[in-house]
Design a protein around this ligand. Structure first.
Ligand SMILES: Cc1cc2nc3c(=O)[nH]c(=O)nc-3n(C[C@H](O)[C@H](O)[C@H](O)COP(=O)(O)OP(=O)(O)OC[C@H]3O[C@@H](n4cnc5c(N)ncnc54)[C@H](O)[C@@H]3O)c2cc1C
Length: 390
């Protein structure tokens, strides 16, 4: 067993670290405050090829292995969690979904513009009545000549109003339950596509979250991913890659909180000495550091399993569950270490605490991850070896 990152993986960390710390971090506080989508950060990342970083080079991607991808998202989130989720949605939930489930013509048509950064993608699964119960969709895809007519309302869509293209899940056969869902590629400029207002959020405030409304949107048959009825399977498989990204986002947020708290502990004096010399502060830092290392190892293992095509669902759920809850615990400590200053927007500690919360909620809540992990434990115990998700 070798815990050493490869030279390429170390180089990716260094490159993304420098870009994120020098160019993205300085913009994070203003975007958090205004809620304005960070176009300039996204443009910089597109320029460097990070908008298709986990896609094969034949489609214009950077061809990075999944551990490198996780490292890149981690370094971005360390600087700015909003930018990290924009890339997670672009790369995992949108592009990788088309890569894994589209046919060759769809891959050739849809992937290169995503990799060039000309197209920003989004993922539309959640509906008002279908959150954790993701199969309970009401959006309908009705058969019409040459294709389908989509009608429904998707909620909480990241990159919602700013994306150019969406993967949309809809019911093609309501009698078939989970097996009656299908996935479609929908363009923003198609007649019948509209958006709700941007949501005013606790954290990742600039990630342009809103409803996407579909009113009799006609899509041709060649925009269906996979077969009719494959939609639920596609949605859940796609979320596996996305969850690796969210685990990495959580690791990065916690690392950012450690960076901030450590620098503060080494500069702030009270009672004539640095607060970092007090055991109370050291123990908080020790707990944060231990948890970030544990979360990082779980995340890299999950990324490696997913990237190498192995059965990874339980490992991914464990990584997302642990990393997100560690980020929440650690960022609260991060604010505590900065005292009153941690409670103000003068320092990024409070933003990191707000940003950490969403990692316990989206792409499957902590409760949903525990359900999946428990199912895995019970399967192992009874030796039934039933697949976890698909
Ligand atoms: C900022 C943001 C961005 C998002 N981006 C996207 C996106 O791009 N695309 C997209 O499709 N969706 C997106 N979502 C939706 C997100 O994935 C859902 O919010 C999440 O899956 C939870 O669904 P819900 O909000 O309806 O909560 P609910 O499912 O209603 O859950 C409410 C509570 O009940 C618990 N619960 C539910 N069922 C069970 C159960 N069986 N056992 C125990 N507890 C349970 C949950 O864990 C939670 O604590 C986003 C959400 C947010 C907030």
């Amino acid at each position: 067993m070798d815990f050493q990152l490869s030279e390429d993986q170390q180089a990716i960390r260094q490159a993304v670290h420098e870009l994120a710390q020098e160019m993205i971090k300085p913009r994070a506080a203003a975007a958090d405050h205004s809620g304005e989508f960070p176009w300039e950060s996204v443009r910089l990342l597109a320029e460097q090829g990070y908008l298709g970083m986990n896609l094969p080079t034949e489609y214009g991607g950077a061809g990075l292995d999944y551990v490198s991808y996780a490292i890149a998202l981690e370094e971005l989130a360390r600087a700015d969690a909003t930018t990290a989720v924009i890339l997670d949605v672009q790369n995992s939930l949108h592009a990788e979904c088309i890569l894994r489930n589209g046919n060759e013509a769809q891959r050739q048509r849809f992937l290169p513009p995503l990799c060039r950064g000309e197209v920003l993608g989004a993922y539309c699964l959640t509906e008002p009545q279908a959150g954790s119960d993701a199969a309970n969709l009401l959006t309908v895809a009705k058969r019409v000549a040459g294709g389908y007519e989509l009608t429904g309302r998707k909620v909480f869509v990241t990159n919602g109003s700013v994306a150019h293209r969406y993967v949309v899940y809809a019911v093609t056969d309501k009698d078939q339950g989970k097996k009656g869902l299908s996935a479609f590629v929908v363009d923003k400029d198609m007649p019948g596509v509209s958006f709700g207002p941007l949501l005013d959020k606790l954290g990742i405030r600039a990630s342009a979250t809103c409803d996407v409304v579909l009113d009799q949107v006609v899509v041709s048959e060649d925009r269906r991913l996979g077969e009719e009825g494959d939609g639920y399977k596609i949605a859940l498989r796609t979320l596996q890659g996305g969850r690796v990204g969210i685990a990495a986002q959580a690791v990065g947020i916690l690392q950012g909180a450690i960076d901030t708290a450590t620098a503060y502990a080494l500069s702030r004096q009270q009672f004539g000495q640095l607060i970092g010399e007090y055991e109370a502060i050291q123990w908080m830092l020790a707990d944060m550091e231990t948890e970030v290392e544990a979360a990082r190892l779980l995340t890299y293992r999950a990324a490696w399993l997913h990237g190498s095509g192995q059965r990874a669902a339980a490992a991914i759920s464990m990584a997302k569950l642990f990393a997100s809850e560690a980020a929440m615990r650690g960022t609260v400590k991060g604010v505590q270490i900065l005292g009153g200053y941690g409670f103000t927007s003068e320092y990024p500690a409070e933003r990191m605490m707000r940003d950490a919360k969403i990692t316990e909620i989206y792409e499957g809540t902590s409760e949903v991850q525990r359900m999946l992990i428990a199912r895995h434990v019970l399967d192992l115990h009874t030796q039934q070896a039933a697949p976890l998700l698909v």
